[in-house]
Design a protein around this ligand. Structure first.
Ligand SMILES: [Zn+2]
Length: 138
């Protein structure tokens, strides 16, 4: 029976790329400084993504609010896109066979192909009860 000496596990620091000699399995960083730099960067990227998402949602809200101020409840999606609306972002999205029911905070709307219709501002009570919103509006 041979007794093989266990070879040291080698790895690379995911922050600086330096080789980590004889590291225990699963070690990702060569030092505490690299670990901190990596974690700081990951957290900063997450915060940046969250801020960008909120900015897009607020722009969408501003566009929908402008449409409602003009007492318009149906509009071509192309017109909203020209106004800076991004249909990929909403606070609620319910997909049905031929349309999607969306919300941007307290403004509800449907996307049916190239049309955005039933744009309306929900009452506070509707905001609190999704079932009631579904029963009343869809
Ligand atoms: Zn490192």
């Amino acid at each position: 029976m041979s007794h093989k000496k266990k070879l040291p596990v080698k790895g690379f620091c995911i922050e600086c790329g330096e080789m980590i000699e004889e590291c225990r399995s699963g070690r990702k960083f060569c030092c505490e400084r690299c670990k901190n730099r990596y974690n700081y960067r990951v957290r900063a990227n997450r915060e940046h993504y969250a801020k960008m998402t909120v900015e897009v949602l607020l722009r969408n809200y501003y566009v929908l609010d402008l449409i409602l101020e003009r007492d318009i409840h149906t509009v071509n999606l192309a017109k909203l896109l020209c106004m800076g609306f991004n249909p990929d972002y909403s606070t609620v999205c319910l997909k049905f066979d031929n349309h999607s029911v969306m919300r941007c905070f307290d403004i509800s709307y449907k996307i049916c192909g190239t049309k955005v219709c039933d744009i309306l501002r929900l009452e506070a009570s509707q905001m609190l009860n999704n079932k009631m919103v579904m029963d009343n509006n869809y």
